[in-house]
Design a protein around this ligand. Structure first.
Ligand code: KIV
Length: 273
C-alpha cells in the first residue's frame, strides 16, 4: 500500500502526545489558499464555526450549518499536507443526543477527509465525546467561554471570575479531559485557572485568551493578521495589519484606473506577429 496524504499529516494521537512538550501551534483556516499558507507553520488547523462571523458576516456562530462546515472542511483539506485538520461541529448538530452527534460527525469525517471533529461543552457533553471516540471518531473538546452558548450566557464573557464559575469549569475540565478527547480547547479564562486545568488533565490544553499556561495556543487567523478593522478581541496580538494594507492596495489600484495609469504597457497584451 502506498503512503497517502493523510498518512503524512499529524494525527490526533501525535497532538495528544505533545502534552507538556513542545507547545502546539494552531490557527483557524476556512479556505484552500489560507490553508496552504498556514500549513507549514502549524501543528493543527481548525475549520472553526467562527467562519460564520469571519467570512459570512454573521452576528454569532448560531446560524452556521453542517453543510457550511463540510464545504469549508473540504476546501481546507485541499490545501493541507502536514497539519492535523479538525472541523467544528456546528450548533444543533450534536447536542440533541449521542447518536445524532455520531451520524453528523461521520458525515464530516467522510465528506471532508479531516482528522477529527471539535465540539463545545463541559460535563454535559462528556458522555457524547466518549461515545464518538469509542466508535473511531477523534474529538477535540472546547470548554470555558463557549461561543455557541452566547444566547444563554448573555454575551461573550471570559469565565472563572467567581467561585461558582471556577467550580463549573473545574468539573467541565475534569469530565472532558477524561472523556477520551485527544486535546481540549480552553477559551477565555484566567491564567491561574488555565494553569490548574493544564496540570490536572491528561491531554493537552490549547488556549485562546487563556494565557501562556496552556500546552498550546490557537487564534482566529483573520484576527492575528489584522484583517478586521472593526473588532479584535483584547487578548489577540495582531501580527500584521492586512486589513489596512488591503485598503491601501485597493486605493492605489482605483487611483491608477481613474488616472488611466492601469493597465500600463507591461500589463497589456500585444499582437504576436
Ligand atoms: O470557531 C472557532 O474558530 C473556534 C476557535 C476560536 C477555538 O472555536
Amino acid at each position: 500500500m502506498s503512503a497517502t496524504g493523510s498518512q503524512r499529516r499529524l494525527t490526533p494521537s501525535r497532538i495528544q502526545a505533545m502534552k507538556s512538550g513542545t507547545p502546539i501551534v494552531s490557527l483557524t483556516a476556512y479556505t484552500t489558499p489560507m490553508a496552504r499558507l498556514l500549513d507549514e507553520h502549524c501543528d493543527l488547523l481548525l475549520v472553526g464555526d467562527s467562519v460564520g462571523m469571519v467570512l459570512y458576516g454573521m452576528e454569532s456562530t448560531i446560524a452556521v450549518t453542517l453543510d457550511m462546515m463540510i464545504a469549508h472542511g473540504k476546501a481546507v483539506m485541499r490545501g493541507v499536507r502536514k497539519s492535523c485538520v479538525v472541523v467544528d461541529m456546528p450548533f444543533g448538530s450534536y447536542q440533541e443526543g449521542r447518536e445524532i452527534a455520531y451520524r453528523n460527525a461521520v458525515r464530516i469525517l467522510q465528506e471532508t477527509g479531516c482528522d477529527a471533529v471539535k465540539l463545545e461543552g463541559g460535563r454535559e457533553m462528556a458522555e457524547t465525546i466518549s461515545f464518538l471516540v469509542e466508535r473511531g471518531i477523534p474529538v477535540l473538546g472546547h470548554i470555558g467561554l463557549m461561543p455557541q452558548q452566547v444566547n444563554a450566557a448573555g454575551g461573550y464573557r471570559s469565565v472563572g471570575h467567581s467561585e461558582r464559575e471556577v467550580a463549573k469549569i473545574r468539573t467541565d475540565a475534569e469530565a472532558v479531559g477524561n472523556s477520551g478527547a485527544f486535546a481540549v480547547v480552553v477559551e477565555g479564562t484566567v491564567e491561574e485557572f488555565a494553569r490548574e486545568v493544564t496540570a490536572a488533565i491528561p491531554v493537552p490544553t490549547i488556549g485562546i485568551g487563556a494565557s501562556v499556561a496552556c500546552d498550546g495556543q490557537i487564534l482566529v487567523s483573520d484576527d492575528m493578521l489584522g484583517l478586521f478593522n472593526d473588532f479584535t478581541p483584547r487578548f489577540v496580538k495582531r501580527y500584521d495589519e492586512l486589513g489596512t494594507r488591503v485598503g491601501l492596495a485597493v486605493a492605489a489600484y482605483a487611483g491608477d484606473v481613474r488616472s488611466r495609469a492601469f493597465p500600463a504597457d507591461e500589463h497589456t497584451f500585444k499582437r504576436r506577429s
